[in-house]
Design a protein around this ligand. Structure first.
Ligand SMILES: Nc1nc2c(c(=O)[nH]1)N(C=O)[C@@H](CNc1ccc(C(=O)N[C@@H](CCC(=O)O)C(=O)O)cc1)CN2
Ligand SMILES: Nc1nc2c(ncn2[C@@H]2O[C@H](COP(=O)(O)OP(=O)(O)OP(=O)(O)O)[C@@H](O)[C@H]2O)c(=O)[nH]1
Ligand SMILES: [Mg+2]
Length: 425
C-alpha cells in the first residue's frame, strides 16, 4: 500500500470532492479515487483527521491506495490539481513543531526513529520522541531559572541583613544543577553514539593486518588483502553491528613515508579520518620487532591490537600499559576477536547496556557543553561576588539549553520571580 498524505486547511474540501460527500472525522471510507474526468485511478481508503487531533495538528487527509508509484503519482497529481502543493522534506513534522505538538528534540527523534539502524537505536529514538530527553533538559532549565531568581532577588535587595549571594544554599543549588547537567551530557553523548554509531578507524603500518581485521569483523571479504605493503589506499567504510549497536569501521592506508603519489594521498586521507575518530584501532604486527609508535592524533582514545597472534608460540593476555589497552588477536584464526568486540562495546560507552538511553545528536551534545561551560563561569563569577555577571552567564546557559527543545522563553523568568516573591508589597 501507499499513502498520499495531506495537511492544511484545504484538506476537508479535497476530501469532499474525492468522496462526493463531506468526510466523517477519523473514519475509514472505502472509495474509488477518480481523476477530473471521472476515470478511476485506484480504489482505496480515505481518512480525514480534523485538526487539532492529527499528526500535524492541522486538518490531515490520508489517501491509502495500492503501493504502485504510477497510481500514487496519478493520485498525487489529482490532489495538486485540487489545490495542494508538494510538501518540503520534513514539513509534516515541522508543522507539528510549529503547532506545538512536538518540541525540536522530539521532531528530530522522528527522523532518528525512521533511520534507526538497530533495535537499540530505535528504542532510544522512541524515548526521545516521547519526550524523555526534553523533560530532562527542562529539569535543568528549571534549576537554572531557580538560580537566576535567587541571584536577581539578591541583587534587587542589597540591603538585606543576610548576604544571599554568599549563602551556602545557593552553592548547594548550583552544585546540584551542575551535577544534573553533567549527567545529562554523558547520557546525551551516549545517545548520539547510539544514533550515529561509533566511528572507529583502523590504523597502522603497511602490512600490519588492518584490512584482514576489517574483513574478520565484517564477516565478509570486503577489503583487498595481499602481502604487498601499501595495498590499501582508499578509505573503506563498513557498518557493523555488535549486540544491536551499530558502528562504522574505516580501513585506511598503512602509515609510512610513501614515495608513491597515490599512496601518499591515501595516507593523507587516513590522517584526516583519524582526526574524526571516536576510537582508533592501532594495529601492530605481533611478530614484528622494534617500536610500534604510530603518528596518531592527540586526544583520541586508542586501542592497541597486536595482530597475527596465530604466529606466536604463546598468545599474551590483554594488558593495560601507559599508552592504553593492548589486545592480541588473529584475523586468521579468530582468536581474540570476542575480546575486541567486548572492548568496542565498552568504548561505545554502552558496555553496561543501552537500556534507558534516549537518542540525541551532535547539536544537542554541543548545546549541553556550552551550557555547562556557562554554568561553570557563573560559579566562578559568584565566587568573586560578581552577582550581575553570574546572572548573565546563567542566562547564557539557559539559552544554550533552550536551543535543544526550541523553547527559549524570556518571560518564564519573570513569571517565576513574580510567582515566588512578593515584590509588589
Ligand atoms: N497511516 C498512518 N500511519 C502512521 C502515521 C501516519 O501519519 N499515518 N504516522 C506518522 O508519523 C505515525 C504515527 N503517528 C501519528 C501520531 C499522531 C496521530 C494523531 O492523529 N494524533 C491525534 C489523535 C490521538 C488519539 O486519537 O489518541 C492527536 O494526537 O491528537 C497520528 C499518527 C506512524 N504511522
Ligand atoms: N598469519 C597471519 N597473517 C595475517 C593475519 N592478518 C593478516 N595477515 C597477513 O598479513 C598480510 C597483510 O595483511 P593486510 O590485511 O593486507 O594488511 P594491511 O595492514 O591492510 O596492509 P596495507 O593495506 O598494505 O597497509 C597479508 O599477507 C595477510 O594474509 C593473521 O591474523 N595471521
Ligand atoms: Mg590494507
Amino acid at each position: 500500500m501507499g499513502i498520499v498524505r495531506l495537511s492544511g486547511a484545504g484538506c476537508r474540501a479535497i476530501a469532499a470532492t474525492l468522496l462526493g460527500k463531506p468526510p466523517e472525522a477519523r473514519h475509514a471510507h472505502y472509495l474509488r479515487f477518480r481523476d477530473a474526468d471521472g476515470a478511476v485511478i485506484d480504489d482505496g481508503l480515505l481518512i480525514f483527521f480534523p485538526g487539532p487531533q492529527s499528526y500535524t495538528g492541522e486538518d490531515v487527509l490520508e489517501l491509502q491506495g495500492h503501493g504502485s508509484p504510477v497510481l500514487l503519482g496519478q493520485l498525487l497529481r489529482r490532489c495538486l490539481a485540487l489545490g495542494a502543493r508538494p510538501a518540503r522534506p520534513g514539513e509534516f513534522t515541522e508543522r507539528a513543531f510549529l503547532e506545538g505538538r512536538l518540541d525540536l528534540a522530539q521532531a528530530e527523534a522522528v527522523a532518528d526513529l525512521v533511520s534507526a539502524g538497530s533495535e537499540a537505536a530505535a528504542r532510544a529514538a522512541r524515548r526521545s520522541l516521547e519526550g524523555e530527553f526534553s523533560r530532562r533538559v527542562d529539569t535543568v532549565v528549571e534549576g537554572l531559572t531557580g538560580l537566576r531568581v535567587w541571584i536577581e532577588a539578591a541583587l534587587d535587595f542589597p540591603d538585606e541583613e543576610i548576604d544571599f549571594l554568599a549563602a551556602p544554599e545557593l552553592q548547594e543549588k548550583l552544585q546540584r544543577v551542575a551535577g544534573q547537567l553533567d549527567a545529562l551530557r554523558t547520557a546525551a553523548e551516549r545517545g548520539r553514539r547510539l544514533v550515529d554509531g561509533l566511528h572507529v578507524v583502523i590504523a597502522g603500518a603497511p602490512n600490519a593486518g588492518k584490512s584482514s581485521l576489517l574483513n574478520a569483523l565484517a564477516g565478509e571479504d570486503r577489503a583487498i588483502v595481499t602481502d604487498v605493503p601499501g595495498t590499501t589506499r582508499d578509505l573503506l567504510r563498513e557498518r557493523i553491528r555488535i549486540d544491536g549497536i551499530e558502528l562504522t569501521l574505516v580501513d585506511t592506508a598503512g602509515l609510512r613515508d610513501a614515495p608513491d603519489v597515490v599512496e601518499r594521498e591515501g595516507i593523507r586521507r587516513a590522517r584526516e579520518e583519524l582526526a574524526k575518530a571516536d576510537l582508533v584501532l592501532a594495529v601492530v604486527d605481533a611478530t614484528a620487532t622494534g617500536s610500534h609508535a604510530l603518528p596518531l592524533p592527540a586526544g583520541v582514545p586508542v586501542l592497541w591490537l597486536h595482530s597475527k597472534a596465530d604466529l606466536l608460540a604463546t598468545v599474551p593476555p590483554p594488558a593495560t600499559r601507559a599508552d592504553g589497552r593492548h589486545l592480541w588477536l588473529s584475523a586468521r584464526s579468530g582468536a581474540g576477536l570476542d575480546a575486541l568486540r567486548a572492548a568496542l562495546r565498552d568504548a561505545a560507552g554502552l558496555g553496561d547496556g543501552v537500556e534507558g538511553s534516549f537518542s540525541a545528536r551532535a547539536r544537542h551534545v554541543d548545546a549541553l557543553r556550552r551550557g555547562a561551560e556557562a554554568l561553570a563561569r557563573a560559579a566562578a563569577q559568584l565566587h568573586h561576588g560578581a552577582g550581575e555577571l553570574a546572572a548573565e552567564e546563567l542566562r547564557q546557559a539557559q539559552d544554550a539549553l533552550g536551543e535543544i527543545t526550541g523553547r527559549v522563553d524570556a518571560d518564564a523568568l519573570l513569571g517565576r520571580i513574580f510567582a515566588d516573591f512578593c515584590i509588589g508589597k
